[in-house]
Design a protein around this ligand. Structure first.
Ligand SMILES: NC(=O)c1ccc[n+]([C@@H]2O[C@H](COP(=O)([O-])OP(=O)(O)OC[C@H]3O[C@@H](n4cnc5c(N)ncnc54)[C@H](OP(=O)(O)O)[C@@H]3O)[C@@H](O)[C@H]2O)c1
Length: 262
């Protein structure tokens, strides 16, 4: 059961499925990157985003771009690289080209050096923040590649939750690891407002009917999806629930006008 105080209004320009597909990953990515308990991203920060064409990654890339950061996405195919750029990544690295194709590399430092070199070539800097959720396969590389004093923020471990990393890089270079889970109501409301304003957009890439749910799950299980995969539960068909044409984007001048009137 949900209390009324736990509910948020649905954006009037979004379909049911687009609105429903956003809160989990948008809220989680917001807390990880922007929240007081997260990495507290600031303007110009270079943010490395694993799985930048996936569910969390799609919102992370948009939030970094919207917040004045420089998003470097990691993906595993040219198609996903294209999606990641559409979501807002300034630069994209295909992990298959740096030898990250499965479980954790035998020596994360070797792969970390390869990735670090690539990132510096692309954006001229080491990452201030690494956006982690892949876990075992990437965590050692994340701790290595984040800059001195930088932050690895994690909310998951899809490839295994027993991580190995070389602690010398963490302590000698004064790095931090932050754990993050979901979002509180304030963070969720903040990200819902960004969706409302059209400053970030739902990352729904495909919608299935309820009797096709197994195919939807298989698509995600085999890592062939991008963004979010929708499944209709109560809506009889896709595309319903829209009450207004576009987002309620209010420019600064309009805000100013409201201010002047009071
Ligand atoms: N704690 C929380 O509040 C919270 C909230 C939401 C999600 N999560 C967790 O976060 C994780 C990701 O969720 P999601 O919705 O973003 O999943 P997703 O849509 O499946 O995206 C995960 C991405 O990880 C990348 N990936 C998969 N295997 C990899 C590997 N071996 N090395 C490097 N990258 C790999 C894939 O990108 P490429 O193949 O293109 O590299 C994929 O797009 C899950 O474990 C989920 O449970 C936690």
């Amino acid at each position: 059961m949900a209390r009324a105080s736990q509910l948020l209004p649905k954006s009037s320009h979004l379909t049911w499925e687009a609105a429903a597909s956003s809160p989990l990953c948008a809220g989680t990515a917001y807390r990880m990157l922007v929240g007081d308990r997260g990495a507290r991203m600031t303007q110009g920060d270079v943010v490395l985003i694993w799985g930048a064409a996936g569910g969390l990654g799609a919102y992370a890339a948009q939030l970094v771009r919207n917040g004045g950061g420089i998003a470097v996405g990691v993906v595993s195919s040219p198609e996903k690289a294209e999606r990641a750029r559409e979501y807002g990544c300034h630069a994209v690295v295909d992990r298959t080209e740096i030898g990250l194709t499965g479980d954790a590399p035998a020596d994360p430092t070797v792969v970390g050096k390869r990735l670090g070199k690539r990132i510096r070539e692309l954006v001229g800097d080491d990452p201030h923040i690494v956006f982690e959720h892949v876990g075992r396969a990437t965590f050692g590389v994340s701790v290595f590649v984040v800059r001195r004093g930088g932050t690895v923020v994690t909310c998951g471990s899809s490839t295994g939750y027993r991580h190995e990393f070389d602690n010398r890089y963490l302590w000698m270079r004064l790095k931090r690891v932050i754990g993050s889970h979901g979002a509180n109501l304030h963070e969720q409301a903040s990200v819902a407002r960004l969706l409302d304003l059209g400053l970030i957009e739902p990352a729904l890439s495909v919608t299935y009917t309820l009797d096709e749910v197994a195919e939807a799950a298989r698509l995600v299980q085999t890592n062939r999806h991008t963004g979010k995969v929708g499944v209709l539960a109560l809506a009889p068909r896709a595309g319903l629930g829209v009450r207004e044409k576009g987002p309620v984007r209010r420019g600064p001048s309009e805000d100013q006008a409201h201010g002047n009137r009071t």
